[in-house]
Each structure stands twice: as structure tokens, then as C-alpha cells.
Design a protein around this ligand. Sequence first.
Ligand SMILES: C[S@@+](CC[C@H](N)C(=O)[O-])C[C@H]1O[C@@H](n2cnc3c(N)ncnc32)[C@H](O)[C@@H]1O
Length: 303
Amino acid sequence: MSTLRTTASGREYVLPAAPAVSAELAGYEIRRHYELPSQFYALWLDPTMAYTCALYEDGDELGRAQQRKLDWLARAAGVREGARVLDVGCGWGGMLQRLVQEHGVSEALGITISAEQARFARERCAGLPVAVLVESWEAHEPERPYDAIVSAGAFEHFARDRASREARVATYRQFFARCHRLLAPGGRIGLQSVAKGGARLDRQAIEDFRVVDEAFPESAIPWPAEILLASERHFDVRECVFHDQHYVRTISAWLERLAAVREQGVAMIGEERFELFVGYLEAARRRLLAGHATLMRLSLRRI
Ligand SMILES: C[S@@+](CC[C@H](N)C(=O)[O-])C[C@H]1O[C@@H](n2cnc3c(N)ncnc32)[C@H](O)[C@@H]1O
């Protein structure tokens, strides 16, 4: 059970002392980011609770653009009615719900390394053919293959920060090898990830890297070429688009919404942590605008 406690700096959320996850997952520092109360994220994310770049068309507000992104990924993964689909890094379950309700899949399974996200996702998908496991992709062994895999915003957490390029690509290759094994012939992955951009670093950029690293410990942003290289011989890249301006717009919408709920947000997670969110979102937006980061969406077909 998580609790709220009162400290000198105000009320703050205290993480569960003994989270209900396996010993392997206890070592994933990044879990702390996703174990914050779901109600905090619900305050400022749109109703899909997507916490990744949206896909805008003229006239879209955040919620519509998030639905459009979910549909883009479903199409990129070749999702059809009656399909069995895996969502790697399912967050609070918005994609799982949409896969069933809008795309008619017969079974949607989500994996997340956060017990709190899994609890929330199970609750929101109650009564639907959806299952959610607290598990890393490295350990996922389903009974039957999937027809399609989707994944948004999880790839950035797969390799460790400070890992060499060789080590990063080796980890990504393991991910694609596992997806290959988990997919039926002809299956596809609809993948979305932040990736590095090659703009020259300056002082501001180095500080922005530090701020984002603090919010997302033990994570490593891949270079675009690393994703492509690691997928070789397991998957053919059928589509690859760069949507950094969509992410700038998404983050701007989040920042506006966060500002509007500041008081409630601070009451839920404490001022220091709230400011960390605002600071890392501003830094992430600057990185995109300056070309130090980009946003990739891919459709990968199993070979
Ligand atoms: C930025 S959130 C994105 C959630 C959701 N896909 C979305 O679009 O809102 C990243 C997700 O990746 C998950 N994740 C991180 N590392 C993972 C791993 N090794 N295996 C499975 N999921 C992982 C986290 O638990 C979280 O649900």
C-alpha cells in the first residue's frame, strides 16, 4: 500500500516499502517514475492516459491526437479484428482498451514494470479480454504467439545509461529476437521511441540531459541507426517516420495542463517532485526543438 505523509516540505507520496514485484524488477530504478499515484498522471494526461508523443492533425486537441497515435501504432502493427496483441510497456492501459473497443482484437495483453500501472490498467479494462502482467519483456514467455506487438515509449528504458553503443545494440537485438519469437509468421511491431538527434551539444543541452536523466534514471535514448541495426535479420523496416514536432506539441499541452492543476499535483506528490516533472518536460521540449532528440515511429515486419 502506498501512503501520503506530511513532511516539512508538504505532503508527499511514499512508495510502497515492499512493492509486489519480482526481485529482478526491484533493480529497475526507472520503476519509481511509474509507481507514482495514477491519480497524479490522470490530473494532466488526456483520458487515454497516454504518456508518449501524440499524433496531431489539424484541429486536434490532445485527447484526439493521442487516439490517432494509438490507431497509427495499431495499423503499423497490422492489427486486425480477432487478433491477439501484446503491448510492451502498456502504461495505464489506454492502448489495451482501444485495441479491444476500436480495433476488435480478441485478446490484448500488456506488460509493464510498474505494479501501480498494472493495477490501474486492470481496473480500467475490467470486463474486456485484457490481461496485464508486471513483467519485463526479457522475461515474457507467453503460451501462444501473438499476431501483433505494439510498444510506445518503453524502448528508451531497455538499455542502461552509459552503456556503450555495442552494449545498447546488443540489448535492442535481444528485444527484437524475442519479439521475433513471440510473433506468428507475418506479424508486425508498431514501435514508437524517442531517439537521439545529432545537434552539437552546448551548455544548455548538457544541463537538459542531466535533468531528463534525473527523471528517467537508468535509461538510454537510442540513436535511430541503432534501432534499425538491431532489428536486422529479424524484421524488415516497412515504415519509419520522424515526428519531433508532434512531441513538442504534446509536451506543450502537458505543461499547460500541469500548470492548471499545480495545487492538486503538489498535494499528491510534493513540491520538489512536481517541479522535477515541469523541469524535465521543459528540458525534453528544448531538446526536441534544438535537434538533440527526435521521435521515431516504425512499422517492422517479421522476417
Ligand atoms: C513512457 S511509459 C509509456 C506507456 C504507454 N505505452 C504510453 O504510450 O503511454 C513507458 C512504459 O514502459 C514500461 N517499461 C519500461 N521498461 C520496461 C521493460 N523492461 N519491460 C516492459 N515494460 C517496460 C513502463 O512500465 C511504462 O509502462
